[in-house]
Design a protein around this ligand. Structure first.
Ligand SMILES: [Zn+2]
Length: 165
């Protein structure tokens, strides 16, 4: 008697699992079709697609920022951020925003940045430049005209403070 009930129970459980698997498959299949349709329609209507993406971005901007901020606070996120900051691209992006804030005319940024990374000697006192932190007497600096924003020289920290004004 009990064995029979158990059999029935197992039978129902199996049917339940089967139905669940099938609906999952169906969902996947529907998603596939939707994605294919979406790809085709965006190929045919690039303008609409652009507008849609912009709208989507605006709508989810805050959420995305929040997610990134949250991730950056985790151990893994901190580790990755640190690694990126020390990478060539990370350094460049960081320098770019720093120079932009300082009022440099960014038109020739690439050229100036290349000169900056290649510079070995101070353009004024000709001391050997050093990189990174903490800031020392001979730390490499970008010197620009604060009125016009025009780039002038790659100099040491000392010359930047005392000579370039
Ligand atoms: Zn110098």
């Amino acid at each position: 008697m009990i064995l029979n009930r158990l059999k029935i129970l197992i039978y129902f459980i199996l049917i339940y699992i089967l139905v669940m698997v099938l609906t999952e498959e169906e969902k996947k299949e529907r998603k596939k079709i939707y994605n294919k349709k979406y790809r085709e329609s965006s190929k045919n209507n690039p303008e609409i697609n652009k507008a849609y993406q912009k709208k989507y971005y605006e709508k989810n901007k805050e959420k995305k920022k929040e997610r990134i901020n949250k991730y950056n606070k985790t151990e893994k996120g901190k580790e990755e951020k640190k690694k990126y900051k020390q990478s060539l691209n990370g350094k460049k992006v960081n320098t770019k925003s720093k120079w932009k804030k300082s009022g440099l005319n960014m038109e020739n940024f690439e050229e100036i940045y290349e000169r900056y990374t290649m510079a070995i000697f101070c353009d004024i006192c000709e001391c050997v430049l050093s990189d990174g932190k903490p800031v020392k007497r001979n730390t490499k600096c970008m010197d620009h005209d604060h009125d016009t924003g025009d780039f002038r020289n790659i100099v040491c920290h000392y010359c930047n403070l005392h000579i370039c004004k």
